[in-house]
Design a protein around this ligand. Structure first.
Ligand SMILES: *Cc1c(COP(=O)(O)O)cnc(C)c1O
Length: 400
């Protein structure tokens, strides 16, 4: 029974063997991983921590040191729920700026009118591996002397102009979680070219607690389970186990900020070595969906920024009306075709954030509209030619 995961990185038996052999032999993989990231993305400073959210929290904490009284962080109204949780963890306030549903990027006209006198930093989104207009965002931040954190958790390998996502502004992050571009089950990467900021980051990272051995052992075991069950011939099983809560998004600040689980570095290195191959497969699938669904009524494609090089971690569509979207998601899911409705609401609708918001009572309709309309199709390297044509046929069947 074929069942596609909505996102993922293939991990083969060969990958596992390579990783375990490296773990036994040298134990220097973490250093090699840092060097390799530095080389690939042309950045001087690379730090590894337990998760992407931990990376974001550490970055914001480092930016806060020496920032005076600026304590607000501008976030896009629709992005991963963990981003505001990192702001809260860093003791800062959340300030929303609305997004344009057509681009899944900031609405720059609104953004440029914001009063930024108390703003410490702004965070990009690069959702689904589609780069924001990072050159514009970088000038926005530089002109106002606020910091730009380039969140490339979903966009490792994507580009804007001639530069990589994650390397715009002052500092960037990548994630090594299971549904991201490459994986070691968990992990967060911080990259920067700013020496002074790197000093702060280094001292914060140096103080982070190590992960307990039991937690690292669990990660290793999890990687074997992941490698087995991510395959479309076996994914139906985890997809049916409700306690795994796959694809569920909940807001929480209940996680620890720790060092990276060192034994996992070899797996990250191994998947990193295949980054461009895996991304090529994702791009091929994305381009296919874009062409095959170009004329389909009732759906909108995301307008790409002119200098953007997306990697399509997933392929987003905006569908209306919501009854059609619900039907489309239900049918694609029932047939095991790896669709998802992405994050359930805009960040503005997370009740727990109430007391950390810099401005309440405002409306951010763009983020809410994205949440109401979005559907993502799977693009990962395990999506074959037959799969993607079935996905397209199904989308057409429902929407036409
Ligand atoms: C996944 C994600 C994060 C956080 O990464 P984790 O490793 O899952 O903690 C941050 N930002 C965005 C945009 C993400 O998609």
């Amino acid at each position: 029974m074929r069942h596609l995961p909505p996102a993922g990185t293939p991990v083969t038996l060969k990958d596992l063997l390579f990783w375990v052999r490296g773990m036994m032999a040298s134990g220097r993989e973490e250093e090699r991983l840092r060097r390799e990231i530095g080389r690939l993305f042309a950045v001087e400073h690379v730090f590894l921590v337990s998760t992407g959210r931990a990376a974001m929290a550490v970055v914001l904490e480092a930016l806060r040191e020496g920032s005076g009284r600026r304590d607000q962080v501008i976030l896009p109204s629709y992005t991963c729920f963990s981003v505001p949780s990192s702001v809260v963890k860093a003791g800062l306030q959340v300030r929303f700026a609305d997004m344009d549903p057509a681009t899944l990027d900031y609405d720059y006209e609104q953004l440029e009118r914001l009063d930024v006198s108390k703003v410490l930093a702004i965070v990009s989104a690069n959702l689904y591996g589609i780069p924001n207009d990072l050159e514009r965002l970088e000038s926005f931040a530089a002109d106002r002397q606020i910091r730009l954190v380039d969140d490339a958790a979903q966009a490792m390998g994507a580009t804007a102009g001639s530069r990589h996502c994650g390397t715009f502004g002052d500092v960037g992050i990548f994630s090594l979680d299971k549904g991201k571009v490459i994986t070691s089950m968990n992990g967060g990467i911080i990259v920067t070219r700013d020496d002074a900021l790197a000093g702060h980051l280094g001292s914060i990272c140096g103080r982070l607690p190590r992960q307990p051995v039991t937690q690292c052992v669990t990660e290793v075991v999890k990687a074997f389970g992941y490698a087995w069950f991510i395959h479309p011939s076996r994914y139906w099983l985890p997809a049916r186990l409700p306690f795994l809560r796959l694809g569920e998004t909940r807001y929480t600040t209940d996680y620890r900020i720790q060092r990276y689980c060192q034994p996992m570095a070899g797996l990250a290195l191994r998947t990193l070595a295949a980054l461009s191959v895996y991304n090529k497969a994702r791009i091929d699938n994305g381009v296919y969906y874009r062409q095959a669904l170009a004329e389909t009524p009732g759906l909108h494609h995301v307008t790409l920024s002119p200098r953007g090089g997306p990697i399509y971690l997933r392929f987003p569509l905006l569908v209306e009306p919501s009854s059609k979207r619900r039907e489309l998601l239900a049918v694609l899911r029932e047939r095991g075709l790896g669709a998802s409705g992405s994050y359930p609401t805009s960040l503005c609708d997370i009740d727990e954030l109430g007391k950390y918001l810099a401005d309440t009572g405002k409306q951010w309709p763009g983020g809410a509209e994205i949440a109401r309309r979005i559907v993502t199709l799977p693009t990962h390297p395990m999506v074959g030619a037959a799969d993607r044509s079935t996905v397209v046929k199904t989308v057409r069947e429902i929407l036409q």
